[in-house]
Design a protein around this ligand. Structure first.
Ligand code: SAH
Length: 452
């Protein structure tokens, strides 16, 4: 067993889904952050648990051929990116392996794996950023959290975000500092301004600025609205979101439009879509379009078929399939997103889509009892995956095909396994990189019914 504080020479042989390198020391797996497969390094053991340990790379003796310059002044401190120190080719290889491993090891499933869809742009690809605020030396700063903590690492310009976000951020921070507006502290649950949340339509260029506060300070923000709207012609919406709770959830339920429109619009798979601050919208539009195209290829709906789009958000997936199918039935839990979905159908002349608000399993179960019988079910749940009740309801509906989309291959594999025990075969899986340079990876899965 490796000993705490001892330094061992070891070769990194794998990368975990958390982006950490893995090596074996005295027969035990040791996780070493910010290393690359092929690195030979001096590893200092920092913590030993029952069956694994954590180490720190004290020295890289022979660097891996995958290594590159990380190109970011805060990479080693910020919790956002995990893979900036390896080439993008190595990153895709790693992520493809993470998806495959999840299905083979967690799911015990051996589907066909389609070619991994890597991204053309690995910088400036995000359309959304949520910056927490903190006070340093008496001034408001903002940035991102350090790994596994809520300590704010100030970031001047994040390479994953549009450049204009840094400029807008600086304008907002200067305003907060000049006006001496108070900054929220999670520790004491005091102060007012919690987060600055920006969104920009990748195709439209429209920008939303959302200031997340603990209580209504619209009067103190009116001059900021004037300043922002005059300085940035692409800003078309300024919102104040009120989150009074002592919580690490970023957004509260209440949004007040301070200036301009309640939403921004963008184009997604050729549809013009409108997005509220509370609605989910994939952060990498270009890659999301490729993901949805893959989902459509897997669904391959016939013109007389009905598609249920569960966890539909603002309706983007279902609407991208509406022309090929007879009917789309979407279910989503956030009311504002359901409103967006309905509006998005209307503004694109899509008349064969309906959207319902509530828990995916509950509402879909009710629709089924009322006679809804989809030929294809698309599910796109949050990271935690579907609940087992929802998996049951989906399999009881016995659609011909299920297309599962997930930002967490581990829960996707778990849910696919449950469905494989309920009469479905897991035919194909495709990994798609929506989050270059970070540890995250998306996947899409095709399942088909084996028996009725
Ligand atoms: N398919 C959409 C959204 C996917 S994100 C898109 O591609 O844009 C997952 C969505 O599930 C979010 O919109 C979230 O609000 C919603 N959600 C979370 N829990 C839910 C539940 N229990 N029932 C229905 N929707 C839920």
């Amino acid at each position: 067993m490796p000993e705490k504080n001892q330094v061992y020479t070891a070769e990194i042989t794998g990368l975990t889904s958390e982006g950490s390198g893995v090596c074996r020391i005295d027969g035990m797996a040791v996780f070493v952050p910010q290393t690359a497969v092929g690195d030979i390094c001096g590893v200092k053991i920092v913590k030993v648990l029952k069956s694994y340990a954590f180490g720190k790379a004290e020295e890289i003796l022979t660097p891996s051929p995958d290594r590159i310059e990380d190109n970011c002044p805060v990479y080693k401190k910020c919790g956002g990116c995990l893979l900036r120190h390896i080439s993008y080719e190595a990153e895709c290889r790693t992520k493809e392996g993470i998806v495959r491993d999840a299905f083979e090891r967690i799911g015990g499933l051996f589907p066909e794996f389609d070619e991994f869809i890597g991204a053309e742009s690995t910088e400036r690809y995000r359309n959304k950023a949520q910056y927490p605020l903190a006070v340093r030396d008496g001034r408001a700063v903002c940035g991102f959290y350090a790994p596994r903590s809520h300590r704010v690492i100030p970031v001047e310009d994040c390479a994953l975000q549009p450049e204009i976000f840094s400029d807008i951020l600086q304008t907002v921070l200067d305003y907060i500092n000049v006006k001496k507006l108070s900054v929220y502290s999670e520790e004491t649950n005091t102060g007012i301004i919690r987060h600055i949340y920006l969104r920009r339509g990748a195709h439209s260029g429209q920008i939303m600025v959302c200031i997340v506060v603990r209580k209504d300070i619209s009067r103190q923000l009116s001059a900021l609205c004037r300043l922002l709207s005059e300085k940035y012609s692409d800003i078309n919406s300024i919102i104040m979101n009120i989150n009074p709770d002592n919580t690490n959830v970023i957004l509260g339920d209440r949004c007040i439009t301070l200036w301009g429109s309640d939403t921004i619009s963008d184009t997604m798979c050729g549809n013009n879509v409108e997005i509220s601050p509370l609605s989910f919208y994939q952060v990498n539009t270009v890659q999301a379009e490729r993901l949805y195209a893959k989902a459509l290829e897997y669904a391959a709906p016939g013109s007389s078929e009905t598609i249920a789009d569960l966890y539909c958000g603002a309706g983007t997936i279902g609407l991208s399939m509406a022309k090929q199918a007879a009917k789309i039935v979407g279910v989503e839990i956030i009311p504002q997103a359901v409103e967006n979905a309905k509006e998005n159908a209307l503004r694109n002349g899509i008349t064969n889509a309906e959207f319902h608000c509530g828990d995916a399993g509950e509402v879909f179960g009710k629709l089924r009892r009322q006679g809804c019988k989809p030929d294809i079910i698309v599910v796109d749940p949050p990271r935690k995956g579907c609940s087992s009740e929802t998996v049951d309801i989906i399999s009881e509906a016995a659609p011909k095909k299920i297309v599962m989309i997930s930002c967490n291959p581990a829960t996707a594999a778990r849910d696919a396994k449950l469905l494989s025990e309920r009469g479905y075969s897991v035919d194909k899986v495709c990994g798609v990189d929506l989050f270059p340079r970070t540890g995250h990876v998306e996947c899409v899965v095709l399942l088909s019914r084996q028996k009725s």
